[in-house]
Design a protein around this ligand. Sequence first.
Ligand code: ATP
Ligand code: 6CM
Ligand code: CA
Length: 560
Amino acid sequence: MEKQPRLLSSQLLLKNRVFEVTLNRAILAWKEITTKKKRVSGSIHNTFKVDSYCVPVSEIVAVRETEVDSRTKDEGRWQKMSQESTEGHSSYAFTVSYVERGRQHRWRCNDVTFHCSDGLLCQQWVQSIREQLSLLSSRPKHLLVYINPYGGKQQGKLIYEEKVAPLFSRASISTDVIVTEYANHARDHLKVDVDLKKYDGVVCVGGDGMFSEIIHGLISRTQADCGVDQNCAEEKLVPCTTRIGIIPAGSTDCICYATVGINDPVTSALHIIVGDSQPLDVCSVHHNNTFLRYSVSLLGYGFYGDMLRDSERKRWMGPVRYDFSGVKTFLTHHYYEGTVSFLPATDILGTPRDKSMCRAGCYICQHNGQLLSEDSQLYKMEEDISHSAAEMQGDWQMIRGKFLAINAASMSCACPRSPKGLSPAAHLADGTTDLILVRKCSRINFLRHLLRHTNKDDQFDLAFVEVHRVRKFRFTPKQCESDLDLRQGGAGGGKKLFGQICRDHPACGCTPINSSWNCDGEILPHAAIEVGAHCQLIRLFARGIEDQPLFEDYCTPSVI
Ligand SMILES: Nc1ncnc2c1ncn2[C@@H]1O[C@H](COP(=O)(O)OP(=O)(O)OP(=O)(O)O)[C@@H](O)[C@H]1O
Ligand SMILES: CCCCCCCCCCCCC/C=C/[C@@H](O)[C@H](CO)NC(=O)CCCCC
Ligand SMILES: [Ca+2]
């Protein structure tokens, strides 16, 4: 780590002990300087035991002058202190709130209070730390917050008021809060009404469905402002500059879990406060050159589509609805016939069978993202070329068959139910989606596949499962295949209605011909769809899942 010049250094008191406290542009550090007799391995030594701690300035939440109250516990200790350590010190103190890492990617806001010998020194410390914080330009100052009061266990409002709002106010972040009154309230508000320039970001308190509303509002707004037609599947979409924070309060919370590593409101609030930024791929879904929806996590046909359709009728149950509908859908064991065509992602780093996963600062996402933006530059220059550069890199492949599930995972889709997710090696921001095809097989084999989502075994290492990393794909259900043949795999032209047959007629006892697509937890109205991945279209207040920090990288308060 590059050595930074010291900005401030003083001897200050912390919990009755004297510390050398130093501040530079990157680090606030404190190191005990008292000599004590300490028992080491059963014998008494005159050891110079040094407790040393440090916090990156980028992970300081706030600093404030602290009232020193003689009735507080700390002050009691202060009174009992030896003459040696209290000499020259009086009751001036400041408190630094900072990020502390716990287990399983949990972040907490911890406080440390330093006592100073005089008021001027105390003010100097507060001012110097505040100056350093003000230089962190990626931190948000003013946020627009949408709360879904009905998501998950209907705790959104409470979670925000009790756990998040106090942290935002401690970090001097001001907010405009909107508690939604109906489905799509947030989406429509963002699409038209909001002056986005007023805000440094949008915060969504809810689950994946609520997040989906937010991205639909933001992406549609951005395209409209830039004159891009969302209905054209071949259009290159314009990235959104407004960052989005997710305070998890839903049923699956997979987007939060897969981008932060845990679905914990305080952890998410702290990622927003420190101004993290994580780009995210978005898939656009079209039917007959008409825009349907965007997806960032799962597009699932067959098992996940049927499960979602069933679970929507059980919304009153809350998050357990997925367990009931999951078992029911597993037992019905429907398969669906159709054709999947896809454009494999070539010329990229990474495969869906990799053992390494997408983590904070992911090299593969950076490399592939860079590659794509170079490609699009090339595309802009060569106007006479009608296909995108990415499309020219590979050939479409076609698979006709009977499938229990067709899943496209644009990210791992890790969630508390499946901590490694649907596609453990999928990347958040590499411009691809992992297309997982589960062919018709016995119930017991399908169960083996499902169970592997919850343990260490490889869910793709089964004869009836295949996985491809793709940029685009299309699905045509069997009864529309004649139409597909007419179109020769092309995107436009077909006039036939891709309607459902027998889906809603359980009395007729037949197997439904079509399933539905589960698009990030929403049912799509068509079975025949065309999907394209858009690299890094949106940004979150997140940093990807962190690896366990090394001492040299992060010296968050711990003894070194
Ligand atoms: N005020 C509201 N009244 C009714 N529905 C709403 C309201 N605000 C938002 N919604 C809708 O509620 C749906 C579900 O919300 P949300 O995603 O927060 O919870 P969830 O479905 O329980 O969780 P998950 O999506 O993680 O499974 C969303 O599709 C959203 O459009
Ligand atoms: C017999 C034991 C079998 C256990 C199998 C567990 C497999 C879990 C895989 C997890 C996949 C999560 C995919 C995320 C999808 C979200 O976009 C969506 C919206 O929140 N949620 C669901 O559709 C709800 C999906 C709910 C998944 C359970
Ligand atoms: Ca991806």
